[in-house]
Design a protein around this ligand. Structure first.
Ligand code: ASP
Length: 449
């Protein structure tokens, strides 16, 4: 009876209200259904819900494909519009410097907070050692082997495109952004001659945003399917073994969301965080559903421009760069995950190693792409910074992290997106380009999706 009432309330909530409520209800329903209709735990077992799983798997993947399809043209057009409207290269340098300082500030705070929590709560200290031995090691080694190079030098060189068209075709956003920044600055510097190109990219930007609106029609079934298949696949059992590890990460992410960002917004720009978070609610939910800040980017831009009152010039410059390099949630995750591994294997952690973990977690999270599990792969960079660990030695622990990563990834992606929106709002405010009448007036907001 109670369960029935619960379902009825959820359905009633879902109907008749705004689209962001629909998405929230879709996530909740997806999670509930995922608990009830799990995938078999052993690969050999038959899947009794095969058709349901397959169907929603396809719907979820379709949604991700559709939004990802918009990302490359959007990043290029929005950055060129943003950069060329900044005018001369001195303005670009000033603005770029400001944005970078904010990004680094947030990531540094996040890394220290993560270290404090991991050392205080000690999530890996009393881990049952048999869990490490039982973990499914072969799949993690295979996944890590498929991952792109994770040494620092390669990471650095990969930022500079050998051929921008190749980077575009591979959707490698960091080199694409670097090239686009320079290209936008070059267009701005040639004055009148660059006008046709600016007009072209402005039109491309507007058309891509229109496409985003169309794709977002599928947000409700898409996010429902993603939440359902994720929970059905990962189950909830793993949380009971690793609950302290998950709780440490979630506590850190919540502190960022509810204390750090609000404080910074208040102190630097007198912005009430509830208004900003309401404005970007769809982006938050899509980030949660897709675990990809790149895929969420089109919705993030739409929310920030249409609801948060951030000018197009700032949004189109800060948000694409943020989605690629500003990953506060990932930074914190990397710090906690590495300290967890060291604790689980009883490896001594001295002050020097701790410093290296903090520094390299920032670097590794900058290097992580805005796609699912990217942060988990770049953990290798942090581990390398404190000594060469044999992959086989830590593989059990890595496999454990892998087994519960998706849900944590969804949560840290939300923080990544929020953090870039926070920086966009701060920069807009300091440049006098934040329209507070729009941000504070919820009734005037247009539907984003
Ligand atoms: N999924 C995250 C993002 O897209 C990156 C990560 O931490 O894995 O922002």
């Amino acid at each position: 009876m109670r369960a029935k009432a619960f379902w009825l309330i959820l359905v009633a909530l879902g109907l008749g209200t705004k689209r962001h409520w629909h998405i929230l209800v879709a996530i909740l329903l997806g999670v509930i259904l995922g608990v009830y209709l799990p995938y078999p735990t052993l690969a050999a077992e038959p899947d009794s819900y095969f058709f349901i799983h397959e169907f929603f798997n396809i719907v979820g993947q379709l949604f991700i494909r559709l939004i990802t399809m918009v990302v490359v043209p959007l990043v290029v057009s929005s950055l060129i519009v943003g950069v060329s409207s900044l005018g001369d290269s001195r303005q670009l340098g000033r603005m770029g410097g400001k944005v970078l300082v904010y990004f680094l500030l947030l990531m540094t705070i996040s890394a220290f907070l993560g270290a404090g929590l991991a050392l205080g709560l000690q999530p890996g200290e009393n881990l049952q050692q048999n869990l490490l031995a039982q973990a499914n090691v072969s799949s993690v080694i295979q996944q890590l082997q498929q991952a792109p190079h994770t040494d620092l030098q390669t990471l650095f060189f990969n930022m500079i495109p050998r051929n921008p068209v190749e980077s575009l075709a591979n959707a490698d956003l960091v080199p694409v952004i670097l090239f686009t920044l320079f290209f936008g600055a070059a267009i701005a510097s040639i004055g009148e001659a660059g006008k046709p190109l600016i007009n072209f990219f402005e039109a491309l930007f507007t058309a891509t945003m229109k496409l985003t609106d169309w794709v977002m029609i599928f947000a409700v079934p898409g996010v429902f399917s993603l939440a359902f298949t994720t929970v059905a696949k990962s189950g909830v059992g793993i949380f009971s073994d690793l609950w302290l590890y998950a709780a440490t990460i979630l506590a850190g992410l919540l502190i960022q969301m509810l204390v750090i960002f609000p404080l910074i917004l208040k102190v630097f720009a007198k912005i009430n965080f509830t208004n900003l978070y309401r404005a970007i609610s769809e982006a938050i939910m899509v980030a949660f559903g897709t675990a990809s800040s790149s895929a969420t980017l089109p919705i993030t831009i739409a929310c920030m421009e249409r609801r948060a009152g951030v000018s197009n010039r700032i949004a189109s410059f800060v948000l694409p760069t943020g989605a690629t390099i500003n990953k506060t949630g990932t930074t914190m995750f990397e710090v906690i995950a590495v300290i967890f591994l060291l604790q689980a294997y009883h490896i001594q952690l001295d002050a020097y190693s701790l410093g290296m973990i903090i520094l390299f977690s920032i670097i590794a999270s900058i290097g992580a792409a805005g796609v699912p599990s990217a942060g988990l792969i770049t953990i290798a960079i942090v581990l390398n910074s404190i000594g060469k660990f044999q992959m086989d030695y830590l593989a059990g622990g890595m496999a454990l992290l892998w087994s519960l990563d998706r849900v944590l990834d969804m949560c840290r992606t939300v923080v990544n997106v929020m953090s870039s929106c926070t920086v966009a709002a701060l920069v807009a405010s300091s440049e006098g380009e934040l329209n507070r009448d729009i941000l504070n007036n919820h009734d005037a907001w247009t539907e984003v999706v």
